[in-house]
Design a protein around this ligand. Structure first.
Ligand code: PLP
Length: 378
């Protein structure tokens, strides 16, 4: 329980693991050297950054040089899309209407600037990408296409079959960027066996600190920096490295990778219990509702009425942190994802879980939901 709340908004962010805090602390206190400095303190900071890079690479089965540290998922998406759109080999983008705004807006901005054309792939009823349509779009696409499709959707958990999509892209000579912010740290990756060109990750989604993430780049020679300045990150991302954040991210990924099985089993149990409860209270599940769906996310829609209209607020007042959609679209009305799957007319709530949640919390949530939806007269 965080801040005396029943915290079910783990797709927005997770609690930093105490062991991650412990690993970071020296780099927030006595070991404050700049990793680009050549003196002793600088070299110690550099060693910490490169050790973290090696650790992350070994967990994902890739080479350290393929990991570019960034400030998180948003920057990583900007780096790939802006860099590739401005290079002569890419003239076309394909994405979907349910991508995170960091992909959707960036793709739209580079398209509007006139440097690339843009197509949106059709979706199936469960919010997954229609692979026949992807295949069709690629058949008619100009040479030099970058496909941007997320590994799992942050609002409704719809999964992408990455190996199938990489195969489709490879067959058509297209490059693939998969926003994997909701899956890195929750599923094992073996990038040595994958032909995906880019994946992005963000530490705060897997019990690491905020403001740090990375971009995996299969062939770093294709990428150009979009923030210019010093030659940090092999010239691919200028700016002093966030040493403590990077160390914390590597620790968080290490912890996650040792407990994928146990944590996913536990979280699936919690999700299934909440799913059962909300279905009994008249909700429907938004998007993919099978085992392939992101196990940390449950998006449900209630029919709109005078009780459900204030559900999120009522939950907040009862001490439950859930979400109406993505935290990153805060301030904007409605959800582009719910709109894209035709669910915008419902009252949609996203419950998202982590290893820190308990069955007891889930039971309390069930009682609170029942109090709001059944016992309180309209
Ligand atoms: N992509 C997805 C799928 C996300 O869920 C998020 C954050 O919610 C982001 C990208 C942005 O990541 P960050 O918060 O690290 O900028």
């Amino acid at each position: 329980m965080a801040l005396n709340y029943l915290y079910f908004d783990n797709a927005a962010t997770t609690a930093v693991d105490p062991l991650v805090v412990e690993a970071m602390l020296p780099y927030l206190s006595e070991q404050y050297g700049n990793a680009s400095a050549t003196h002793g303190p600088g070299r110690m900071a550099r060693l910490a950054v490169e050790t973290a890079r090696k650790k992350i690479a070994s967990i994902l089965h890739c080479k350290p040089v393929q990991i570019v540290f960034t400030s998180g998922g948003t920057e990583s998406a900007n780096l790939v899309i802006r860099s590739m759109a401005s290079c002569p080999r890419i003239s076309h983008l394909i994405t979907s209407r349910t991508e995170h705004l960091c992909v959707l807006q960036t793709a739209s901005i580079v398209h509007e600037s006139g440097i690339v054309s843009l197509d949106y792939v059709a979706l199936n009823n469960d919010g997954t990408v229609n692979l026949m349509d992807l295949n069709h779009l690629l058949e008619t696409a100009p040479t030099g296409t970058l496909v941007c499709l997320m590994h799992a959707n942050n609002e409704m958990g719809a999964p992408l079959n990455m190996s199938l999509v990489t195969e489709i892209c490879r067959r058509h000579g297209a490059m693939l960027f998969s926003d994997s912010v909701q899956t890195v740290g929750h599923y094992p990756f073996d990038l040595s066996q994958s032909s995906v060109d880019f994946i992005s990750a963000s530490a705060h989604k897997f019990h690491g600190p905020k403001g740090v993430g990375f971009l995996y780049v299969k062939d770093p020679s294709v990428l150009r920096a979009v923030t210019t300045g010093g030659g940090h990150e092999s010239g691919l991302r200028a700016g002093t490295e966030n040493v403590a954040g990077i160390v914390g991210m590597a620790k968080a990924l290490e912890l996650a990778s040792k407990r994928y099985d146990a944590d996913s089993k536990h979280v699936r149990l919690l999700k299934s219990a909440v799913r059962e409860k909300v279905l009994s209270l008249g909700a429907v599940v938004n998007g993919c509702d099978d085992d392939a769906a992101l196990y940390t996310v449950l998006s449900v829609g209630f029919p709109k009425n005078n009780i459900t209209e204030n559900l999120l607020l009522e939950l907040d007042m009862a001490g439950v942190a859930a979400s109406g959609g993505s935290a990153c679209s805060a301030g904007k009305s409605g959800s582009h994802v719910m709109e894209a799957i035709g669910a915008a007319e419902r009252i949609n709530i996203r419950f998202s879980f982590s290893r820190n949640n308990t069955l007891e919390e889930v039971k309390k949530l069930g009682n609170i939901l029942e109090d709001i939806l059944v016992k309180i007269p309209a």
